[in-house]
Design a protein around this ligand. Structure first.
Ligand code: C2O
Ligand code: CU
Ligand code: CU
Length: 563
């Protein structure tokens, strides 16, 4: 106890003179669970350095956001409030959900508006995340720190003897870096890499971990940097999960490559380490092959950084006493995934990385992202093989919305065992093509597309993104015979507002509650007409409900009074 106090005083003394010499405790985001999630996006600030505070963005937090715990099979309702002065979006990265709920560049949340998407969780137990996705603003909003983890739990994962005590032996790690300017502000413009490591939003992060098997859920949430992860003593660790679920069996490695947007769940054994011993999780980023993002030799400027082409610590770990319910081994079998194969695929698609010569932006298939152009169509239920080819000068991280896929081949040779599970981001080194197979089931929408893009947000903002629509040929109805008219009741209404379509076969595709001054207060994808629209939070007065009907996609506006 005395020693603890002395260390504490010492840390205070050191940190008051020089922040640079001490470690800071790793921040573990709070969790939110249940089926309704309140998320408030705000500008806020963090005292990272002596002098000015740094303006950051957070969701219910000063940087990053709460970890959302979902149970597979639950219907989750999100209430996303935008308190920024800018529009933004929140995308549920890796989730299989309707395009209108996806939070891509089309689902814009204006300032002061509440967006209420909901969906049934059908993803496997794994680590996902949520982040802004407003076109040409993604890099800025992600740099601010806006984002968060999603942990999906399911019965298959729950039946395994895996570390599962959040923040104790099951540790979420979001890896990113930032460049600070002379007044301690984050640099947003003309930058690919930060100069200082932030682990869970903390500079020089340190954590005490129990002397046993520890699980990390690691997310690369960088702008562009890749990580070649390992431990300072080169110990073996086990990859147990990829982006979209557990692997069938653990894969032993000493290094793990993680590009932007990718997640990995790993287990590392601290059981043979003495209490008090320290070990670092490190990025072994020096000496990578040409084209590795963050391997550039420059230490400054748009493509340089102080962390480029060097090895650097991402987390300082001190070993502490074990817990009562420790896990001491890695299960030999983890999951029973049956993956799609090339022979399951009935459609082949290709995407080529283009441009990117000095002075031009990277693009896909020779076209910069265009909001109004649908680049690809997919039929509901199709199993497709996509081949992504990169004959350009640099690496990329290819991501597709809606699905988890199985990588079936790489032109450079074998697919790594460490990436043999369900994926939604794939590393795309230069002069390589990679092929994956995915099934586009459950959700079709003729209006709202899903995205595919490079997950480097500077490349994405620069136009390295396309969009696809999942079509359902079976749902083509004769629109002329269906009426978009509806009646609102009760009117005036207090807490719940209902709408009934004249045509009983019709339903609501999208709803908006608009104030008399024209400001949108609520955005309600597929509003729930059976249980009513919750209007309890709006002040009394008169408003408009704009409902777009499902069949004709015609928007009709009705006035209502909130009392
Ligand atoms: Cu993580 Cu289209 O995004
Ligand atoms: Cu995504
Ligand atoms: Cu890219």
């Amino acid at each position: 106890m005395l020693r603890l106090k002395l260390t504490f005083v010492l840390v205070l003394l050191i940190s008051s003179t020089s922040f640079a010499q001490s470690y800071n405790p790793l921040w573990i985001p709070d969790t939110l669970s249940g089926t309704t999630f309140d998320l408030s996006i705000r500008d806020t600030f963090v005292q990272y350095k002596p002098g000015n505070q740094t303006i950051t963005g957070g969701i219910n937090e000063k940087f990053w956001g709460p970890t959302l715990i979902f149970n597979k099979g639950d219907v989750v309702h999100m209430k996303v409030r935008n308190f920024l002065n800018d529009s933004t979006t929140i995308h549920w990265h890796g989730m299989h959900l309707p395009a209108v709920m996806d939070g891509g560049p089309h689902q814009i949340i204006p300032p002061g508006t509440i967006w209420e998407p909901y969906w049934t969780v059908s993803n496997n137990a794994a680590t996902y995340w949520y982040h802004p996705h407003l076109h040409q603003m993604t890099q800025e909003h992600i740099t601010k720190g806006i984002g968060g983890f999603i942990i999906v739990r399911d019965s298959e994962e729950a039946a395994l003897a895996l570390p599962r005590s959040y923040g104790v032996d099951d540790i979420p790690l979001v890896l990113t870096s930032r460049r600070f300017d002379g007044s301690n502000a984050f640099v947003y413009q003309n930058i690919s890499y930060g100069d200082e490591m932030l682990t869970n939003g903390v500079l020089k992060a340190e954590v005490s971990l129990p002397r046993q098997m520890v699980r990390f859920r690691i997310l690369n949430a960088e702008i562009e940097r890749g990580y070649m992860l390992g431990f300072s003593d080169n110990r073996t660790f086990y990859v147990i999960g990829n982006d979209g679920g557990l692997l069938n069996a653990p894969v032993a490695v000493t290094r793990l490559k993680l590009l932007v947007g990718e997640r990995a769940e790993i287990m590392v054994d601290l059981g043979d380490d003495d209490i008090g011993k320290s070990i670092d999780m490190e990025a072994f980023n020096s000496g990578q092959a040409f084209g590795f993002p963050g391997g550039e030799p420059q230490s400054g400027g748009p493509l340089g950084s102080l962390l480029n082409n060097v090895d650097f610590p991402v987390l300082h770990i001190t070993v502490a006493a074990s817990t009562a319910s420790k896990i001491t081994s890695v299960p030999k079998t983890l999951a029973h995934n049956v993956y799609w194969t090339a022979t399951d695929a009935t459609v082949n698609k290709t995407v080529n990385v283009t441009d990117g010569t000095p002075g031009t932006n990277f693009t896909l298939d020779g076209k910069a992202f265009d909001f109004n152009a649908i680049n690809k169509h997919t039929q509901l239920g199709a199993i497709e093989k996509w081949t992504i080819t990169n004959n350009m000068v640099f690496s990329h991280a290819f991501h597709i919305h809606d699905v988890e896929f199985k990588i079936i081949s790489r032109s450079s040779g074998a697919v790594g065992d460490y990436e043999s599970g369900w994926k939604d981001v794939v590393a795309l080194p230069r002069n390589e093509s990679v092929t994956f197979v995915a099934k586009f089931d459950d959700y079709a929408d003729a209006i709202h597309p899903y995205m595919y893009h490079c997950h480097f947000s500077n490349h994405e903002d620069g136009g390295m993104m396309g969009q696809f629509v999942v079509d359902n040929p079976a749902s083509v109805l004769d629109k002329s015979t269906h009426s978009p008219e509806f009646t609102l009741f009760p009117n005036p209404a207090k807490n719940l507002l209902f709408a009934k379509f004249d045509d009983l076969n019709n339903s609501a595709y999208y709803g908006r509650i608009v104030a008399p001054n024209g400001r949108t207060l609520y955005m309600l994808p597929r509003p729930d007409m059976k249980n009513g629209i919750d209007i309890s939070l709006i002040p009394t007065g008169s408003y408009f409900l704009q409902l777009t009907d499902e069949i004709g996609k015609i928007t009709t506006t009705k006035k209502f009074i909130k009392e």
